[in-house]
Design a protein around this ligand. Structure first.
Ligand code: ADP
Ligand code: MG
Length: 228
């Protein structure tokens, strides 16, 4: 179960400054990246040839951290639309399936029914991709991500993203969603936090259930659009 996130309130002044800095740092980063790419291309210098891909990787990682951070601190200007959850999930599946195949993970999406939701399509998709990506990354070897409906009534719709990956201990579960908490060498530790925040802004909820070596289940609850 995710804890209430009081730290979000503290972001006001310090957070805004950090966001401004993060934003400014991105421009020189882009220049440096372009130059390294240019220098590393067709070079005869062995060292440059060997290390430029590494430099580019690290710069991309830096850029990703900044992008994730900015997504988190910026007031999300959501454009709410009436969406059909079944279609959203199908879109998301086709976006993430190649990443799944790369990791020998199959995405098994059940028909969840045609429920109308009020949400920002881009933001909702970003959230679901973050969650499914985490599931895929938690699986060593072959595995399955199972997406299915859990419950619904006239106000809310709940569905589950389940993986049979490595799962989390209670201590790990307590830390998920905290900024920069990651157990991955190339992780940013911001994905879940952003997802949590965006879902909350849509009036929804996230809940985790996990067991080490068995897998993780994420319950996503979203408000159903009121039909005239
Ligand atoms: P990142 O993916 O960059 O590490 P996240 O905020 O998305 O950052 O996730 C934080 C951490 O939570 C991950 O590093 C991982 O340890 C844990 N985690 C998230 N989702 C899962 C999952 N489905 N199964 C196991 N661990 C998970
Ligand atoms: Mg992640």
């Amino acid at each position: 179960q995710l804890k209430e996130t009081a730290y979000l309130d503290k972001l006001s002044v310090a957070g805004q400054m950090a966001a401004a800095i993060a934003h400014e740092v991105r421009n020189p980063l882009t220049t440096v990246r372009g130059l390294i790419q240019f220098l590393g291309k067709d070079t005869k210098d062995e060292k440059l040839k060997e290390f430029s891909p590494l430099l580019l990787d690290e710069l991309d990682r830096t850029n990703k951290i900044i992008t994730d951070y900015l997504t988190m601190v910026r007031p999300a200007d959501s454009e709410l639309e009436c969406l059909n959850i079944n279609e959203v999930l199908r879109d998301v599946k086709s976006l993430i399936a190649p990443f799944g195949s790369m990791h020998d993970v199959e995405i098994n999406l059940e028909d969840v029914g045609h429920f109308p939701l009020m949400a920002d399509p881009q933001q909702l998709k970003q959230c679901l991709i973050n969650l499914i990506k985490n599931g895929i990354e938690a699986i060593e070897g072959e595995g399955i991500i199972h997406i299915y409906k859990y419950a619904s009534d006239k106000n809310v719709f709940t569905f589950i993203i389940e993986d049979n990956g490595k799962g989390m201990t209670d201590e790990e579960l307590e830390q998920i969603g905290l900024p920069f908490y990651t157990t991955k060498s190339k992780g940013t530790g911001l994905g879940t936090m952003i997802t949590y925040r965006l879902i909350q802004e849509m009036g929804g909820k996230l809940k985790y259930e996990s067991q080490p070596d068995i897998g993780t289940r994420v319950l996503i609850t979203l408000p159903v659009a009121i039909q005239e």
